[in-house]
Design a protein around this ligand. Structure first.
Ligand SMILES: Cc1cc2nc3c(=O)[nH]c(=O)nc-3n(C[C@H](O)[C@H](O)[C@H](O)COP(=O)(O)O)c2cc1C
Length: 394
């Protein structure tokens, strides 16, 4: 990966190495992709404040997320069909994450199962849950996550129905992949990918094996989601999950300050401000534009995590400055996985970490906890330390 210097390079490589249907699956957003584009455009619109002649020789990216020590404020987001970007993709990504000292999140819709990843890794990972109509399935998969010692549960709340991705339908994406006349040349020119899939542990949804029939193509998947994902899902289900999940609970997919307050009232330890990477409600605001209001509404008592459009360390800095405790990334590591397997994921993490470190230096920042609105042009000091100081003076 000598000539790879940024996430965009990994994307270019992934486009060449992964069959089109799977590259497009990762790359696209829902419908008109307005929210997908807004995630990037709004991040780029935030300007950072350059500071000079501050001693930044002892910078540290280390912090904690939901009480866990991490080497950087970065988490690999849950990605469905991760193992279709590269055989055993979930295992490779989990291993790269733990080598880098950051958490990996396994999706309910993964190819490798919870047990596959637990067997191949030495440290606990996070598990992401989609609650489906069959609550028995949700209960059972949660006990599998407990048995695998998953250290946090990420409950995704923005997918009661599926936002359509046009490219998936046009490409006729199937799981497991099918060789058709239409894609034979595409697959034949990606031998490393084909070999990794052929020799990988599984070729279809590992966590659902034995539970769901007819999961063999994206239209079937959409039908299954339509029938099994539950439009009646409500806050009551969050209360139910809170009762049966013994560990940290993180609600993912919140853009609204009132929803964030309800989540906390019901016992969420953290929330993720997210629009599912622009893959669900098209026309929703960018994640970064929603972040400050949510962070303000929750104050310092609850950890606010963030995702959507992060492609550089300076994007991470922007999100941290606007109230995020840490950032999740989806596509950056998926591109890395498609580009080069485990070393590709490690490269993606490395790029983001080192860019964040340089951004900290050039904004005169030494520690993650010191990052607040002051690193942004026109931004303000966070309210958190002020409140503490006021209490001390009384
Ligand atoms: C290909 C793909 C699959 C995804 N699958 C899931 C999933 O199974 N569960 C989930 O909660 N979020 C899923 N997401 C959303 C991500 O967890 C995350 O919110 C999003 O990727 C962040 O945006 P970014 O890709 O710009 O970093 C998926 C995203 C992508 C790109």
């Amino acid at each position: 990966m000598k000539n790879v210097t940024c996430i965009a390079d990994l994307r270019d490589l992934a486009r060449r190495k992964v069959p089109r249907a799977f590259f497009d699956y990762a790359d696209s957003g829902s419908y008109n992709e307005e929210t997908l584009r807004a995630n990037r455009a709004d991040l780029e619109g935030i300007k950072l404040r350059q500071r000079v002649l501050v001693d930044v020789s002892a910078r540290s990216l280390a912090t904690t997320i939901v009480g866990q020590k991490v080497a950087a404020p970065l988490v690999l987001a849950p990605i469905g069909l991760c193992g279709m970007q590269r055989g055993n993709g979930e295992i490779l990504a989990a291993q790269a994450a733990y080598e880098a000292g950051i958490p990996f999140t396994l999706s309910t819709m993964s190819i490798c199962s919870i047990e596959d990843v637990a067997e191949a890794t030495r440290k606990p990972f996070w598990f992401q849950l989609y609650v489906i109509r069959d609550r028995g399935f949700s209960k059972e998969i949660l006990s599998r996550a407990v048995a695998a010692k998953c250290s946090a549960l990420v409950l995704t709340v923005d997918l009661q129905v599926l936002g359509q991705r046009h490219r998936d339908i046009k490409n006729g994406m199937t799981v497991p992949p099918q060789i058709r006349l239409k894609n034979i040349i595409d697959v034949a020119t990606k031998p490393a990918w084909a070999w990794s899939i052929l020799t990988g542990k599984r070729k279809t949804f590992g966590n659902l094996a034995g539970h769901v029939k007819g999961m063999d193509n994206v239209n079937e998947l959409a039908k299954w989601v339509g029938s099994q994902f539950d439009p009646a899902l409500s806050w009551k289900d969050v209360e139910w999950i809170k009762k049966i999940w013994p560990g940290k609970l993180i609600l993912k997919g919140i853009l609204d300050a009132d929803d964030a307050k309800t989540a906390v009232k019901l016992g969420a330890d953290a929330i993720v401000v997210s629009n599912h990477g622009g893959r669900q409600l098209d026309g929703a605001p960018s994640s970064i534009s929603a972040l400050p209001k949510v962070a303000d509404a929750l104050g310092s008592g609850t950890e606010v995590l963030f995702d959507g459009g992060i492609r550089t360390g300076s994007d991470m800095m922007r999100a941290l400055a606007l109230g995020a405790r840490a950032c999740l990334v989806g596509r950056p590591y998926i591109y890395g996985l498609g580009a080069g397997g485990r070393p590709g994921v490690a490269k993606a993490i490395d790029i983001l970490k080192s860019e964040l470190s340089v951004t900290m230096a050039l904004t005169g920042t030494n520690n993650i906890k010191d990052i607040d609105g002051r690193v942004i042009v026109g931004g303000k000091e966070s309210k958190k330390p002020k409140k503490k100081a006021a209490r001390k003076r009384r």
